[in-house]
Design a protein around this ligand. Structure first.
Ligand SMILES: Cc1cc2nc3c(=O)[nH]c(=O)nc-3n(C[C@H](O)[C@H](O)[C@H](O)COP(=O)(O)OP(=O)(O)OC[C@H]3O[C@@H](n4cnc5c(N)ncnc54)[C@H](O)[C@@H]3O)c2cc1C
Length: 372
């Protein structure tokens, strides 16, 4: 039987950031991933935005880990040549209600210690983004974009270099807690199962983090760990508009998402999205029927767009703790010893801004690990 000191489930941005961070402890670490390579689920199916951190409630993990993660990511990307750009971002307003909304975000940003936020008016907006229509905007100079695949490759290579064993095509299908040891049952791509025992299990399974929690007997309804899948589709914008904007452009947010915004790519092309649809299955197709909605939502602030500029692009699925109609929930990152599971570090509801926060989340987990 195989033995490890730490098992991490899931090689998305979170599992990989944790593997890299904990690899410095010199422990025998095994990272298990059901796909044949990293980041096949949510970590490559998103806007790749490095968020500033102004949206999230005071003292929430999302606020703290986003602001810290933003700084840590820029440092790492600059030092290790991971492609990124500090584009800055405008959250725009065209009505009085929207203006009040962005002012509230500005104040929340001050409370969350987001640097350099500024409220700007139409004249200034015209100077920096002449092609968009907006009366007011909140400028967040610390927001930007990055290549998430490159970031994960960097984490993967660092973890491997520090001795972590990464097993792709290994799906965790069972977990048992036996006298504070864990038996992890994995199914390989050839259908065979094997068992690994470990002292510590870290659940970074993204869309399936609630399923992993259930395997250890946690009642996810009582604990508030049920994950709702919320799909976000993107439409690509014709390349003829490449370079028409230099900042990320966002409308005011809705309760479930940051709104259909301009997703800027590092090559200057862009897409629009994501929308927010509660779904019961994992399916990354983009429904062309939603094109009209995307066009009418964005044409208000991107007047140069024509409907024929839009074509279906990628989609991603958010792992949300909020049921339809509920308010947004914070990340859950905790040691489950009070549930009779010492050594089980659980990460549930790791939705946006977790790509931005991944390094700070890894630091948080390292702190919990140290106290075990
Ligand atoms: C549309 C959209 C836009 C977003 N935009 C942004 C953004 O611009 N900026 C930002 O900061 N955040 C953004 N996010 C959020 C961010 O992408 C996610 O929070 C982050 O990628 C989550 O990473 P993860 O590692 O937890 O999950 P994942 O990337 O999903 O990784 C989890 C891994 O666990 C594996 N796994 C699951 N179950 C098992 C099992 N039983 N055995 C083995 N492996 C298993 C999966 O295969 C997967 O590889 C966005 C999300 C969406 C959906």
């Amino acid at each position: 039987m195989n033995r490890a000191e730490i098992i991490i489930i899931g090689a998305g941005s979170i599992g990989l950031a944790i593997a890299r961070r904990l690899s410095k402890t010199g422990r025998n670490i095994v990272l298990l991933e059901r796909h044949s390579s990293f980041g096949q689920d949510t970590s490559t199916r998103n806007s790749e935005v490095i968020h500033g951190g102004m949206y999230y409630p005071t003292d929430s993990l999302k606020a703290r880990l986003c602001v810290d993660g933003n700084r840590m990511l820029y440092e790492l990307c600059s030092k290790h040549a991971v492609l990124h750009r500090k584009t800055g971002k405008l959250i725009i307003a065209n009505t009085e209600n929207e203006r009040k909304n962005i002012e509230e975000i500005y104040h929340q940003g001050q409370i969350n210690h987001v640097s350099n936020l500024q409220m700007i008016g139409e004249q200034e907006i015209k100077k920096i983004e002449p092609n968009i229509r907006a009366k007011w905007a909140l400028l967040s100079p610390e927001s930007g974009i990055l290549d998430a695949t490159e970031l994960m490759r960097y984490f993967e290579q660092e973890a491997l270099a520090n001795g972590v064993t990464i097993r792709y095509d290994h799906e965790v299908v069972g977990l048992e807690n036996r006298n504070n040891d864990y038996k992890v049952i994995v199914r390989r791509d050839n259908g065979k199962t094997e068992e690994i025992t470990t002292d510590v299990v870290i659940n970074a399974a993204g869309l399936y983090a609630d399923k992993i929690s259930t395997m250890l007997g946690i009642d996810i309804e009582n604990a508030g760990y049920r994950i709702y899948w919320v799909k976000g589709e993107y439409f690509d914008v014709n390349e003829r508009h490449r370079g028409k904007m230099s900042h990320l452009i966002y409308p005011t947010p809705t309760p479930v998402s940051l709104g259909i915004h301009v997703r800027m790519r590092l090559d200057g092309t862009f897409a629009l999205g994501p929308n927010a649809l509660y779904v019961d299955e994992i399916n990354y197709d983009v429904d062309p029927i939603h094109l009209d909605q995307f066009f009418s939502d964005t044409q208000k602030y991107l007047p140069f767009l024509e409907k024929s500029d839009l074509t279906p692009g990628i989609a991603g699925i958010r792992a949300k703790l909020q049921a339809k109609g509920e308010t947004a929930k914070d990340f859950i990152i905790r040691h489950e010893d009070d549930k009779g599971l010492p050594g089980f570090i659980n990460l549930v509801g790791i939705d946006s801004p977790a790509l931005t926060a991944c390094m700070a989340i890894a630091e948080e987990v390292a702190g919990i690990y140290k106290e075990l």
